[in-house]
Design a protein around this ligand. Structure first.
Ligand code: RP5
Length: 167
């Protein structure tokens, strides 16, 4: 069940390039499933550094509560954004055609102590969306109920598949 929420987006979904969108849209889909408002922007650590800093510094006062940041290759966006905001940042390593996303993963996950980024799997944008929902659910009983329902459905799906296998 999706409930009505505040009009201002709670989640910022950003990515280093519009070429990341085919991977990153799964985060937006997950947020849609829970009725969580979000904004989507291309913000590049290397090509638009000032825009990245402005985005991170203004995020909290604009009402964002969580930032999902995806990037590929030398994927510095999630870590740099985390360094310029107090909001939780979830990093999505986007796989490019070389190195299978291992470069993206290592660029995002190996943060220095003091500047955390919650890194999901390579291409794991759906889990980034779901993790953002869980973060928001800490202070939102309605979202917690939705998440419990989602998990129960997930379990039922596996049980149904197993039953089909046994038949
Ligand atoms: C990164 O460079 C972006 O996040 C993207 O994954 C990668 C390639 O960008 P494009 O050359 O496709 O714009 O910063």
């Amino acid at each position: 069940m999706v409930e009505e929420r505040e009009a201002r987006p709670a989640v910022g979904v950003i990515m280093g390039s519009d070429s990341d969108w085919p991977v990153m849209r799964a985060a937006a889909t997950a947020l849609d499933e829970f009725g969580v408002g979000y904004e989507v922007s291309v913000v590049s650590a290397h090509r638009t550094p000032q825009r990245m800093i402005d985005y991170a510094r203004s995020a909290e006062e604009r009402g964002l509560r969580v930032i999902i940041a995806g990037a590929g290759g030398a994927a510095h966006l999630p870590g740099m954004v985390a360094s310029a905001t107090v909001l939780p940042v979830i990093g999505v390593p986007v796989p490019l055609k070389h190195l299978d996303g291992l470069d993206s993963l290592l660029s995002i996950v190996q943060m220095p102590a003091g500047v955390p980024v919650a890194t999901v799997s390579v291409g794991g944008a759906r889990n980034a969306g779901l993790l953002a929902v869980r973060m928001l659910a800490v202070a939102d009983a309605g979202l917690r109920r939705q998440m419990a329902e989602f998990q129960a459905n997930l379990e039922q799906l596996v049980l149904d598949k197993d039953a089909a296998l046994q038949a």
